[in-house]
Design a binder for this molecule. Structure first.
Ligand code: SDX
Length: 375
């Protein structure tokens, strides 16, 4: 039995949801490549695909969308709870707190049957947009905006966030971002959710554990860190010296590298096109141009070591162009990944074994007890 640091070489689960080929830069959801899904599907359609392992018929999709929308309202006390959160709280802390609180109002919170978990997955996915958007409104001193049942998840989020009808471009941009972030094999936050549910804990606890795990800058928090990096660099003239200094110091460049992809992350390919289009639409191309220069210099410096842009590199510019505050970037990632996390938890329970790896003890043995006054 060997110690596999970071479990980089360990297969810890089997899944039917997403397939990743890190050498060829391939990502498929239930066998359909991510590019086809980003071009043709809606986020709701992708969620149905992930949870049911097949695409829905038109009627099935209509019923599923209706089920999501009819579950988008928050429990009444949740609105006051949002108002009680300190306005300067980190949105990911607010999200983790509020998602966890949903369990307090769900009579099925502790029922682990497939039917109960399917419904809890729907509740979690459909309520999260209102939690994120209305925390942002609360911290800005704006009135709460309740979810509308005639809008998509992406459109409804933009409506609650801004108080205005979403433009078609913005709604589609966000819908594609939600598709691209929905699932990704056994990443750290998905693994955390599977470890939690493998103890037969509940879905709310598992999703809360996943949100806390996603937050880290080595994982979903990287999209915010990319934006801070772009701000820190400041001007195109300083890109090369900034990168060279950080690489010399062995610092990680946010938005680059991946545990599995050793070539371009296919989601980054798509988001790069999107970021360019949105930058042109908004007329603010500076960040996109700087991102392109960073990509080019990183390719020259470390491309031969398999360090390429990952999903977080161009999602930062895309979310910025959509008009999101930087500290809402990772909550957006969570809003989408709830689909993957819930799907993986239900998959874990379908053939469960408690996830409990070993640790190799490297400390001393045969140590004597010493009374406190003799130490
Ligand atoms: C996500 O797993 C998933 O699927 C995650 C995700 C998902 O959809 O769920 O894809 C989302 O989390 C994407 C990754 C977002 N994180 C970042 O952008 C943070 C920056 N990236 C790095 O921290 C790093 O690339 C990781 C954490 C993503 C992967 O790290 P590994 O696999 O543990 O690799 P490593 O840190 O051991 O690096 C190997 C070598 C090292 O050099 P040496 O010590 O061998 O000389 O590559 C270097 C690293 O220094 N390296 C980098 C680098 N990433 C790796 N050098 C500079 N900048 C980087 N970004």
């Amino acid at each position: 039995m060997s110690f596999d640091k970071g479990l980089a070489k360990t297969v810890a689960a089997e899944t039917e949801m997403s397939f990743i080929d890190g050498e060829r830069g391939v990502l498929e959801y239930v066998g359909i490549d991510i590019d086809s899904l980003a071009r043709n599907a809606t986020f709701e359609e992708v969620v149905y695909l992930l949870w049911n392992r097949r695409l829905p018929t038109r009627d099935e999709l209509g019923r599923f969308v209706q089920l999501l929308r009819s579950n988008s309202e928050l429990p009444e006390p949740a609105w006051d709870m949002i108002r009680s959160i300190p306005p300067d709280a980190a949105p990911m802390h607010a999200l983790q707190t509020m998602v966890s609180s949903l369990a307090l109002f769900d009579p099925e919170a502790d029922i682990n049957t497939p039917e109960a978990n399917d419904l809890k997955a729907v509740r979690l996915l459909s309520k999260t947009p209102a939690l994120i958007a209305n925390f942002d409104r609360h911290r800005k001193g704006l009135d709460m905006v309740r979810p509308r049942q005639d809008l998509s998840i992406a459109g409804g989020f933009i409506y609650m966030l801004t108080g205005e009808e979403p433009t078609e471009t913005m709604e589609r941009a966000l819908d594609v971002c939600l598709i691209l972030h929905a699932d990704h094999g056994l990443n750290a936050s998905t693994f955390a959710s599977r470890v939690c549910i493998s103890t037969l804990s509940d879905l709310y606890s598992a999703i809360t554990a996943a949100i806390g795990t996603l937050r880290g800058p080595l994982h979903g928090g990287a999209n915010e860190a990319v934006m801070h990096m772009l701000d820190e660099i400041g001007s195109m003239d300083d890109v090369e010296s900034y990168l060279d200094e950080r690489l010399r110091n062995k610092d990680k460049i946010m938005g680059f590298g991946h545990r599995v992809y050793k070539t371009f992350d296919p989601r980054a390919t798509y988001l790069k096109t999107f970021a360019e289009q949105l930058a042109a639409d908004t007329g603010n191309t500076d960040l996109y141009q700087m991102s392109r220069l960073i990509e080019q210099i990183m390719h020259e410096r470390v491309g031969d070591r398999g360090i390429h842009p990952n999903v977080d590199f161009y999602s930062a510019t895309t979310y910025f162009s959509i008009g999101l505050d930087v500290d809402l970037f990772t909550p957006m990632f969570a809003m989408s990944r709830i689909a993957g996390w819930a799907g993986h938890c239900i998959e874990q329970l379908s053939d469960n074994r408690l996830i409990r790896p070993k640790a190799s003890y490297v400390g001393p043995h045969e140590q004597p007890w010493v009374d406190i006054d003799d130490r």
